[in-house]
Design a protein around this ligand. Structure first.
Ligand code: TYM
Length: 334
């Protein structure tokens, strides 16, 4: 059976963007068609400073979010990255395959490192090699992500291809990105040209998975929009990024197409649309928020689930790592 892999960083509270672009789709991909492997990537999070106690809490909270969104640890392999040492080991091997120039070209590195990139951690630069290791440690063939991870997945393909070429093998698959649906790039509620992000300084720019119903309704009420009525189809929103974003969010939450949504709101303004969106958002998100806090009430149980998931993940990854070492001529005597 084909394998699907994806991960989320525990570097702060998760947002509606993470839910619609990733978690909701992770849950939907579970089934007999493929084995699904989902990971809380704590080793990626520490490429920028994390307070230790907060990191531990965020690792559990991200795990709770996976489960609240419908990822079932009995049907998927769910674990945190650092507990499966194959990730870090394979990442080192990939550090010798990937080229420095590939890393400097990554837009996420440029964004996160900022102007003083000499002062970024070496891990932040090497980040995509660890991401390639996450995926290829399982020889995963498909990776569901949001739009912002596309460049990293291209680099994963480059690493796999260069490894196969350099060692004259067909060991690693060339992974397919799964960037599908209307919510692959959920935008900020304050600025329709910026991605909704957990690191945006304005809390009003995002809906957090921990926001209660009042906070969700208030943020939608205050979301930036324009004064024009809604058109009958999404093509009419080409130059209206804020409006398009809200319609896409509605469609993703309600499992409809944007055109189906607009067919009902054609000719109406945001005075009518926003309360309807708030209702749909609260109905979809409140059960998730509630389940997350239920899971968070029992951290020992979360830790147990992650430990079991890590064992299952290691069983898959270890033989692939060993085979990789053999190909490279790394001596193994046990
Ligand atoms: P991260 O933790 O930033 O985000 C997790 C997932 O959420 C998606 N996402 C969004 N989707 C739509 N709209 C948004 N505004 C939005 N914001 C975030 C991301 O695209 C991602 O799918 N490098 C990855 C984590 C990672 C990974 C991997 C992913 C590490 N190893 C291996 C896949 C496979 C990251 O930083 O995602």
């Amino acid at each position: 059976t084909p394998r699907i892999f994806s991960g989320i960083q525990p570097s702060g509270g998760l947002t509606l963007g993470n839910y619609l672009g990733a978690l909701k789709r992770f849950a939907a991909l579970q089934g007999d068609q493929a084995q699904t492997i989902y990971c809380v990537v704590d080793l990626h999070a520490i490429t920028v400073w994390q307070d230790p106690e907060t990191l531990r809490r965020n690792t559990r909270e991200a795990t709770a979010a996976f489960m609240a969104a419908g990822v079932d640890p009995a049907r998927s392999v769910l674990f945190n990255q650092s507990q499966v040492t194959a990730h870090a080991e394979l990442a080192w091997l990939f550090n010798t395959v990937a080229r420095v120039g590939w890393m400097y070209r990554m837009t996420q590195f440029k964004d996160k490192a900022g102007k003083n990139s000499e002062n970024a951690s070496l891990g932040l630069l090497a980040y995509p090699a660890l991401m390639a290791a996450d995926i290829l440690a399982y020889q995963a063939t498909a990776v569901p992500v949001g739009e912002d991870q596309k460049q990293h997945l291209e680099l994963t393909r480059d690493i796999a291809a260069k490894f196969n070429h350099d060692y004259k093998v067909e060991h690693f698959p060339i992974t397919e990105p799964l960037i599908e649906g209307v919510a692959t790039r959920v935008m900020s509620l304050r600025d329709g040209t910026k991605k909704m992000s957990k690191s945006d300084p304005s809390d009003a720019s995002r809906i957090n998975l921990t926001d209660d119903a009042d906070a969700i309704a208030q943020k939608i009420r205050k979301a930036r929009t324009d004064a024009d009525p809604l058109p009958g189809s999404i093509d009419g929103l080409k130059d209206r990024p804020e409006a398009r974003n809200l319609v896409n969010i509605y469609a993703a939450l309600a499992d409809e197409t944007p055109d189906q949504v607009l067919a009902r709101f054609e000719g109406q303004g945001f005075g009518a649309f926003k309360p309807a969106l708030a209702e749909v958002a609260v109905a979809a998100m409140s059960p998730i928020t509630a389940k997350m806090s239920e899971y968070m009430a029992d951290p020992a149980e979360i830790d147990r689930i992650l430990g079991k998931g890590a064992e299952r993940a290691s069983e898959i990854a270890t033989p692939i790592l060993e085979r990789t070492k053999d190909i490279m001529g790394i001596l193994r005597s046990r």
